[in-house]
Design a protein around this ligand. Structure first.
Ligand code: ARG
Length: 414
């Protein structure tokens, strides 16, 4: 029995039913929450008695976390809830449509997914900060073009990872803000005549309220950008763990072996995260393409918003937890790092800057040093450690202070 069987009498073709049916059981607790809010407002408008409200609230609480609520014969989670509520279910749809209902449930879902992402980001940031603290003074070459450039410290490099994560956290907070206003009361697209009190933060326009999916796009963008960052971090771990670099050793609890080559220790966590970044980008572009060209207000195309959002939430969580285990177990190979940073040519910029201090134009200093590099007479007047110490914020000279400041921003005293 569908919610619209009063209008369409013929039994649907099974192929059509399969196409129509939403895979949206994940929305159940969120839809129950929004439905309870709507029931309270119906009661406020005198359209639901005290007993009916109590019954609706009790039943909603009972089914909210029971996956058996949604049956194969339900068109979607909204139909399932209405059926499962029994007689009061037949009253509760007054003044609403599945169009504002699904938008309300998905908004609550996205807000929750954002909060979850932020917690997992914090966990990864904190283990990265611990690693940065352990390696605050460990010198390493900094790279541009994947060619050794100037000496930095491993701690300084790791703090760059934390910066990316901090921006990710803000992006998820922004998506949660976008999801906050409530579409309830918009009905199918034009509101209702029933005089129901609006939610606290009701959306201003009923057409926009059922048509808008920007909050889902913001969430998918936050997830895609997070994945791009995790992928770059993952790529660095893959590189650093090679015999060629040898900067870090992988923890066994986050590594795999080879089925054939007995000696292998492989960075599969980092690789999978790098791989999932592609999928995460696809989810964003997919929903952008779905929404593009849709006439306002609601269209059934919008049912396609759920699959990418659900999958993004699951992948964000899996990836962040996996990376937290990986990063917390990384061990720096200080000897290899020391060896890599000891090439005196990494101090060529320092020498040029020294010449500049004597009043020589930088371009001329650059040419002088470049010539000494070319003819083999280059001599560094400083050490990598002194060079690092001399390059203050945003350079590597103040790593410990930067760690303390980052910890404070992540709400941790240490
Ligand atoms: N399952 C639908 C969705 O996810 C709910 C809204 C259906 N509305 C409608 N008028 N057919 O978008």
């Amino acid at each position: 029995m569908t919610l619209w069987s009063g209008r369409v009498g013929a039994a649907l073709d099974p192929a059509v039913w399969k196409l129509l049916r939403a895979n949206d059981a994940e929305l159940l607790p969120y839809d129950c929450q929004a439905s309870a809010e709507h029931a309270a407002r119906l009661h406020g408008a005198g359209l639901l008695s005290e007993d009916e409200l109590n019954e609706a609230e009790e039943r909603l609480a009972a089914i909210a976390h029971d996956p058996a609520t949604v049956l194969e014969t339900d068109e979607d989670v909204h139909s399932a809830i209405e059926r499962a509520l029994g007689p009061v279910g037949r009253k509760i749809h007054a003044g609403r449509s599945r169009n504002d209902q699904v938008a309300a449930a998905l908004r609550l879902y996205v807000a929750d997914a954002c909060a979850e992402a932020r917690e997992e980001i914090d966990a990864l940031a904190l283990v990265t900060l611990s690693f940065a603290e352990t390696e605050a003074e460990t010198l390493m070459p900094g790279y541009t073009h994947l060619q050794r450039g100037q000496p930095i410290t491993l701690g300084h490099h790791l703090l760059a990872w934390v910066e990316m994560l901090e921006r990710d956290r803000a992006r998820f907070a922004g998506a949660a803000d976008a999801a906050r206003p409530s579409p309830l009361g918009a009905g199918a697209l034009a509101g209702s005549t029933l005089g129901i009190d609006p939610p606290d933060a009701q959306m201003r326009n009923s057409v926009d309220a059922v048509a808008d999916r920007d909050f889902a796009l913001d969430y998918l963008y936050a997830a895609a950008t997070l994945f791009v960052h995790l992928s770059r971090i993952g790529e660095e771990i893959v590189l650093w763990a090679t015999s060629e670099f040898g900067f870090v050793r992988l923890p066994e609890e986050a590594s795999t072996g080879s089925s054939m080559m007995p000696q292998k220790l492989n960075p599969d966590v980092a690789e999978l995260v790098r791989g999932k970044a592609g999928t995460a980008i696809g989810r964003l572009t997919g929903l952008l393409a779905t929404v593009k060209g849709l006439p306002l207000a609601y269209d059934r195309d919008l049912q396609e918003d759920k699959t990418p959002v659900f999958a993004a939430r699951s992948d964000v969580c899996l990836a962040l937890r996996g990376m937290t285990v990986l990063v917390s177990g990384l061990v720096a190979d200080r000897e290899r790092l020391e060896e890599a940073v000891s090439d005196p040519l990494l101090l060529a910029t320092d020498v040029a800057e020294d010449i500049v201090r004597g009043g020589i134009p930088f371009r001329e200093a650059h040419e002088q040093v470049a010539a000494s590099v070319r003819d083999g007479s280059f001599r560094a007047g400083t050490t990598p450690a002194d060079s690092v110490a001399a390059r203050r914020a945003p350079g590597p000279g103040g790593v410990r202070e930067a760690i303390a400041a980052a910890r404070a921003r992540f709400g941790q005293s240490r």
